[in-house]
Design a protein around this ligand. Structure first.
Ligand code: SF4
Length: 612
């Protein structure tokens, strides 16, 4: 069923709303006990590209008693039409309105989507505030990396799933079926008490937050016997045994990542101190070559795609990469299916890999030294030297690439203007070394610079974030150093968007009313520069949380608003790493030996490497 079919001719990209794609799953009503809307708080092209969303769709629809459907944020043109005609937000598969589902599950991938969540609930006729939801309304659940500080969203969600969702979402759906079949004992609160007893589920209304007289977070205390003091994340032990979609939905229109996404491993061993994903997805769990080959075959056969992207946080680190690439190129040689890697490390092995995989276009290489000097790269534990950077980039130029991207952050802890100058110096050295090694004059690089945002559950969670004004000053300084070279282009990101991201990343429950206020003022799609308006947020903050010192440094013993949601990395390890960072001391990759982060013993899940 096409939802809002009469509006499609009047909006940009109607394929976003049409549904009916290859491999979309529509079940009959027989035997369905639980309806689950999987909601992505961004536009269709972004949401359809996110592998975690596809995994949950596949896992839930694999249960005979569940119908899972998809819903994405309508773009502003569609929203305006829907509101003018009194239409409701509905799922793509059956056109069922959001308010008619048992569960609505949002993927929380990025902080700047929070206004879209509120907007989607409102458009779907679901009460925005969890406390205002009636007995017949859906339960709203969130999952994904942002749940490692869910507090800014606590007012809107009935519960959160913390960690890998494959097993816990099945337990949640089964609990919902049982609760409904038992006659909904205890009403909404009864179901939330059942859920709160499941390991990995956080029910925010069962906790009360307190603040100090000077506006700081003081503590969060459980108010219900079902609610544990800490919520430990769930982690799948054996990825080979976990569900993975071999028949994902294939869109009609182009999406951001329009190819097969094959997850090679989960977790990362590098220990970069700024990296949220690197800390919260630990430990490393690799899929076996045999399983990856089986999945690749199924995916190619069921989708018709001719490109497989091997995804992970650092695919070149996969233990059996050479074997996997050789096997896949043999398996798919006749079908002309290419293999690509989305991210490459700064070492010459990666260039060899890049040359082997035909999917890496000659324009598409990004290197991420992250900082301009060795001192600062040691502070962030990046584990690459200037020699690594120059060897890798000049090897790329010699191998035929004519331009590449160098990615850096500014505002990192302990940074000085000498480190900023180091970014420009390194970029010039990359061009010089590239010209020498390739013998060409036309080599080019784009220096892309983002403001650093301190994230919870990283060693930099205690750091002060630069103000917008300070970030602008640094951006202009770098521009003055780079603008005279025809070989270098300079890209920088909006410091105001970075400020908002930092606000939500380390904020607390008081931000709920700020989000509602900014949404009422028109905030939507804050991650999109054409829609982002910092003024709305500044006004909402000054009206609802004027005293909160959001971007300041946190004291080492200070209570943190996210301390109850535990990814398994020990707080003592993070503090140790923070102190080592301030002294410029590095920590080795945990593939070479356990660095004592505490995840494996805390979760009872070991680091798994694919056997050669
Ligand atoms: S506990 Fe040790 S082996 Fe496990 S993820 Fe942490 S550092 Fe690596």
């Amino acid at each position: 069923m096409i939802n809002n079919e009469d509006l499609l001719a009047r909006v940009e990209k109607p394929g976003r709303y049409a549904g009916g794609e290859l491999n979309a799953i529509i079940k009959g009503r027989d035997g369905i006990k639980v309806s689950f809307a999987l909601a992505f708080p961004d536009v269709y092209e972004v949401g359809m590209s996110y592998p975690g969303f596809k995994i949950l769709y596949h896992v839930l629809n694999g249960l005979p008693f569940v119908q899972a459907e998809r819903v994405y944020a309508p773009w502003t043109d569609m929203e305006a039409l829907m509101r003018s005609k009194g239409r409701r937000l509905a799922a793509l598969e059956t056109g069922r309105e959001l308010s008619a589902f048992d569960l609505v599950g949002f993927t929380l991938q990025y902080e700047l989507t929070y206004s879209n969540i509120v907007n989607m609930l409102d458009l779907g006729a679901v009460a925005v505030l969890a406390a205002a939801r009636g007995e017949k309304e859906p339960f709203v659940v969130g999952g994904g990396p942002c749940v490692f500080n869910p507090e800014p969203l606590a007012d809107f969600f009935d519960f959160f799933i913390v960690g890998d969702g494959e097993e816990l979402i099945v337990e949640t759906a089964a609990a919902c079926r049982d609760w409904k079949e038992a006659g909904r004992p205890g009403g909404r609160r009864g179901f939330l008490e059942v859920l709160a007893r499941l390991p990995g589920i956080y029910v925010p209304c069962f906790y009360q937050a307190e603040y100090t007289g000077d506006g700081r977070f003081k503590q969060l205390t459980a108010q219900n016997p079902a609610a544990p003091p800490y919520i430990k994340k769930r982690a799948v032990k054996n990825l080979d045994a976990a569900g993975y979609p071999t028949a994902p939905v294939v869109p009609f229109n182009e999406i951001i990542h329009d190819r097969i996404a094959l997850e090679v491993f989960r977790g990362c061993t590098r220990g970069c101190r700024f990296c949220h994903a690197g800390m919260v997805y630990r430990p490393l769990r690799e899929r076996s070559v045999a399983q990856l080959k089986r999945l690749a075959r199924g995916l190619v056969d069921s989708t018709g795609y001719n490109e497989i992207s091997l995804i992970s946080l650092s695919t070149a680190d996969y233990s059996c990469l050479a074997e996997l690439l050789a096997d896949l190129s043999l398996d798919f040689a006749r079908e002309r299916v290419s293999v690509s890697l989305p991210s490459l490390r700064l070492d010459s092995f990666s260039i060899e890999v890049a040359q082997k995989v035909s999917g890496v276009r000659k324009s598409g290489l990004t290197f991420a030294p992250e900082a301009g000097t060795q001192r600062l790269r040691d502070v962030i534990n990046k584990g690459v030297s200037e020699e690594n950077v120059l060897a890798a980039t000049s090897a790329a130029f010699a191998a035929g690439w004519s331009s590449l991207k160098l990615y850096f952050m500014i505002g990192l802890p302990t940074e000085t203007f000498a480190d900023l100058k180091g970014i420009a110096d390194l970029a010039f050295k990359v061009i010089d070394a590239g010209r020498r090694r390739s013998g060409r004059r036309d080599v080019k690089a784009t220096v892309s610079v983002s403001p650093f945002v301190p994230k919870p559950w990283t060693p930099f969670q205690w750091a002060e974030q630069d103000s917008v004004e300070r970030t602008k000053e640094k951006q202009l300084y770098l521009k003055s150093l780079l603008c005279n070279s025809r070989a270098l282009a300079y890209q920088y990101h909006d410091p105001q968007a970075g400020a908002l991201e930092g606000l939500f990343a380390r904020g607390d429950r008081r931000l709920g009313r700020v989000i509602v206020s900014a949404w009422r003022k028109g905030a939507r799609f804050d991650g999109w520069s054409e829609h982002f308006d910092y003024g709305r947020w500044r006004d909402a903050l000054s009206e609802h949380a004027p005293a909160a010192p959001w971007r300041r440094a946190f004291g080492e013993g200070e209570p943190l608003p996210w301390d109850h949601v535990r990814p398994g990395v020990a707080p003592e390890y993070l503090l140790r790493e923070w102190k080592k960072a301030l002294k410029g001391e590095t920590t080795p990759d945990c593939r070479q030996g356990c660095a004592g982060c505490g995840v494996c013993p805390a979760l009872g899940v070991g680091k798994t490497m694919a056997a050669r």
